[in-house]
Design a protein around this ligand. Structure first.
Ligand code: ZN
Length: 77
């Protein structure tokens, strides 16, 4: 999924999952970690998010619908 904006993260009920396209590292990021604020229409790509392991800027974004899906995102990797 692409095109998620900082606004979406800031106003969402759950953090978002990021999976690096290069090294497949998975992280869960919160609005606070991204410094996301409501009304900021930049996408995560435009905000300059990079993989903390390999530095790649190519990643997939997962939007969670529940706290349980956040846990399984990390656990199933
Ligand atoms: Zn990576």
């Amino acid at each position: 999924m692409t095109g998620l904006t900082l606004h979406d993260v800031a106003t969402g009920r759950h953090p978002v999952g990021i999976e690096c396209d290069r090294c497949v590292r998975r992280v869960v990021v919160t609005a606070a970690a991204l410094k996301a604020v409501a009304g900021d229409r930049r996408t995560l790509e435009e905000a300059g998010l990079v993989c903390g392991k390999c530095g790649s800027r190519a990643f997939s974004v997962t939007r969670f619908l529940s706290a349980a899906s956040v846990r399984s995102f990390v656990r199933n990797h």
